[in-house]
Design a protein around this ligand. Structure first.
Ligand SMILES: [Cu+2]
Length: 743
């Protein structure tokens, strides 16, 4: 990862670059067709649904540079393309070849290193240990991965050995076997398989895996198997499923669950869309009626919405039916609504037309709008053969038969993704990796806030069929599966954007609707606190990925102190949390004939000074600048002249300055006083600390009061169970997650 500094050897400058950064720079320089292509980062591929209108107006060049990072100046861009085309018709093989161009120097290398570096692209590395082959079979490719609340990842391999991985331990001890395997549980039935099962988490943190086995000796399991992360033990469910299943989709129901017990919906893997519900309290399954929808694919992509509906995203795994072909079914997007304990109904949306590509072998994730929690479903890639280079978005806020998917839009990098993975990151972006059938394939990051994509560092391996990708508590993404026994780790760009905030304390367990406190030495820079549901993924199906943004308010501890007119600032004693203002009133407080003076600010933070008389006449007098927080008056000459107003104002780092205003509006900053000053007053005479002092309040943000999910949307999605709690700072850098249990 480290980028070596340039060295001079025998007068020749040679640079050593990180391999991935070096490749990106060479791609950028070699792929340029004209100098203009070196002046800005690569343009997104035109969106045929949106862009043809602009093309017709001939303003493409303006359009193309908008929002793109400027990289090189026109003159050097022109020299580079000319130098390349004359001397390197197949392109530069090394940045050092480019350094032979006189006009190109180390400053240009630095510019390129910055723009193609890890803070924009992130980086991949390979975990120091390979996944061991401990099973009885010949192939131990990982097919399933689930992040447990112990911080371990549970893998289920192709020969049905399950093993635990500790991402924080880079020695061989990183991997361990659980106490038992599913087939070793008491009462393991002949059809015990968990390979190609469906899974999700129960309220106590156990992973429930149901179905699996395929057409082999353990065809279509009929029992569920539960893994307890604490005792690392598998147990069989007391009851069997109503049907044998293979490749089912499993979805934990939320606050909208109908019974008094925690419930898990099991769909498909038997007779097209057949459904049943697992009841956690009785450890048994029951049949659901109204499940008349057939799916073309196994593992249909389903997402629980905040209003309790379950939407079908048209993704899923095909070619797994009898004879290898897909099950017969419709490709109709729809939602299911449970109307009673054991009955529900499907409602179709968005008629399938030629404009809607086949999403089989695609991936879908639910996105919750940052401002209001409205749900959207992002569906990307899919189809076999891989002729699908697009994504589409469904606004799932209020579905009806007329709801429709957004236009099918090409990925900006033009890649065809089938069996790709999509991982929700704590900052709300979606990391898309794998699904491209070549090594060093491009990855991408989707930002729902800006509806835009950014290219990410290339994935070393091919990861498609039976691959898994999941968010770790470290904020990294782990990728593994099938094709090889390596684990690849992605460090998102946010890990290269400065120090990570630290959560110094957070409760281990919270109640629904409770306000709880977290503390952080970095609280002043924290802007967001989120809950992330741990991933349990197989076959590009994870029904429960979600990032829930929690409402927060800062907790500030205020201190009372003094300032003398020479600038000596002295804390006296703490007064408690969230004090904003302070004033002094000697003698008569009868609202005499004089005026009150105020400072008020507009939306941009610009402050105006004015007067109020006792009849309530409010008059703006003059502007005083930005971010004035406190104001006081002293008639005596305290060193700056008589009859002055004194103020405190802060800059955008929270640093406060003390200054004076005369009655003509002359504003003079006098001296800085420190961070986060909120209030100021003057008291003549000696109040115990010396004569003629100003008194202030200032605060330190030490943490946040955080509202735990209550039953309202979108927090209705927060099922009882374990979550990762991330705090993110104003640069979008997440803390390492704390595990928190929602009761
Ligand atoms: Cu499979």
């Amino acid at each position: 990862m480290a980028i070596d500094t340039p060295t001079k050897r025998g007068g020749n400058t040679r640079v050593q670059l990180d391999l991935a950064v070096h490749r990106r720079i060479l791609d950028f320089v070699n792929e340029a067709i004209e100098p203009q292509d070196l002046m800005y980062e690569k343009a997104a591929a035109p969106n045929p649904e949106v862009d043809h209108e602009h093309e017709a107006h001939g303003d493409r060049s303006v359009e193309q540079t908008e929002g793109r990072r400027r990289i090189l100046e026109p003159d050097i861009a022109e020299k580079i393309t000319r130098f390349r085309d004359r001397g390197f018709p197949f392109g530069f093989r090394n940045v050092n070849e480019l350094l032979k161009l006189k006009a190109f120097d180390l400053r240009h290398v630095d510019v390129l290193k910055h723009h193609f570096g890890n803070s924009f692209y992130g980086s991949w590395s390979v975990f120091s240990q390979r996944i061991p082959r401990w099973g009885p079979g010949g192939y131990d490719g990982v097919v399933h991965a689930a992040l447990l609340h112990t911080g371990r990842v549970l893998f289920i391999t192709a020969d049905e050995t399950t093993l635990l991985w500790n991402p924080d331990d880079t020695t061989a001890a990183s991997f361990e076997l659980p106490v038992n395997q599913p087939h070793e549980t008491p009462d393991a039935a002949s059809g015990y398989s968990v390979l190609c099962s469906g899974h999700s988490f129960l309220s106590d943190g156990q992973l429930l895996a149901v179905g699996g086995g395929g057409y082999g000796p353990h065809a279509k399991a009929i029992y569920g198997y539960k893994f307890d992360p604490t005792s690392t033990t598998w147990t069989r469910t007391a009851g069997s499923m109503v049907h044998n299943r293979w490749y089912p989709t499993v979805l934990t129901l939320g606050d909208h669950r109908l019974g008094s017990s925690h419930e898990v919906l099991v769909v498909c893997g038997h007779g097209a869309g057949d459904m049943e519900i697992y009841d956690e309290a009785s450890d048994s399954f029951r049949e659901i009626s109204g499940d008349n929808k057939t799916f073309p694919s196994l593992y249909p992509g389903l997402h629980l919405l905040p209003n309790g509906r379950i939407v079908y995203s048209r993704t899923g795994w095909a070619s797994a039916g009898p004879g290898g072909g897909p099950f017969v079914g419709d490709d109709q997007s729809a939602y299911f609504e449970l109307a009673a304990a054991s009955a529900g109904a499907w409602t179709d949306i968005a008629p399938v037309g030629p404009s809607m590509p086949d999403r089989t072998k695609g991936m879908s994730v639910m996105l919750l709008d940052e401002s209001n929690g409205d749900p959207h479903v992002l569906v990307l890639g899919g189809s076999d053969p891989s002729n699908n280079n697009t994504y589409e978005i469904l606004d799932a806020t209020s579905l009806s038969p007329t709801s429709n998917w957004g236009p099918s839009t090409p990925f900006p990098d033009g890649e065809h993704r089938s069996l790709g993975s999509a991982v929700l990151l704590p900052d709300g972006t979606v990391f898309v990796c794998g699904g491209v059938q070549r090594t060093n394939s491009p990855c991408a990051l989707f930002d729902p806030q800006t509806n835009s994509w950014s290219p990410m560092a290339a994935l070393p391996s091919i990861r498609d069929y039976h691959s898994v990708a999941l968010l770790l508590p470290s904020g990294q993404v782990a990728m593994a599966g099938w094709n090889n026994t390596a684990i690849e780790i992605f460090n998102p760009p946010y890990l290269y954007r400065g120090a990570r905030p630290v959560i110094s304390s957070a409760p281990a367990s919270i109640q629904r609707g409770q306000t709880f406190e977290i503390a952080s030495p970095d609280a002043a820079t924290i802007t967001k606190v989120v809950l992330a549901r741990p991933t349990a993924v197989t076959h590009q199906t994870d029904t429960e990925q979600k990032i829930l943004n929690l409402p927060i308010s800062p907790i500030g501890f205020s201190t009372f102190g003094t300032i003398d007119t020479s600038g000596a600032v002295l804390d006296r004693f703490g007064v408690g949390q969230d004090f904003d203002a302070l004033t002094f009133a000697p003698g008569n407080r009868g609202y005499g004939p004089d005026l009150f003076y105020f400072v008020r600010h507009d939306q941009a933070g610009f402050s105006t000074f004015g007067t109020i008389d006792t009849n309530g006449a409010v008059v703006d007098r003059f502007g005083v600048g930005f971010n004035v927080d406190a104001l006081t008056f002293a008639d005596a000459d305290l060193g700056y002249g008589p009859n002055l107003f004194y103020y405190l104002r802060h800059d955008n780092t929270g640093f406060s300055t003390f200054g004076t205003i005369d009655t003509n509006g002359a504003i003079v900053d006098r001296f800085g006083v420190g961070q986060n000053f909120d209030a100021l007053t003057f008291a003549p005479g000696n109040r115990g600390y010396g004569p003629n002092l100003f008194y202030y309040l200032r605060h330190e943000v030490t943490g946040y009061a955080v509202d735990a999910p209550d039953g309202s949307a979108p927090y209705s999605l927060a099922q009882q169970g374990h979550y990762m709690l991330f705090a993110l700072n104003n640069a979008g850098v997440p803390s390492v997650a704390s595990w928190i249990y929602l009761q």
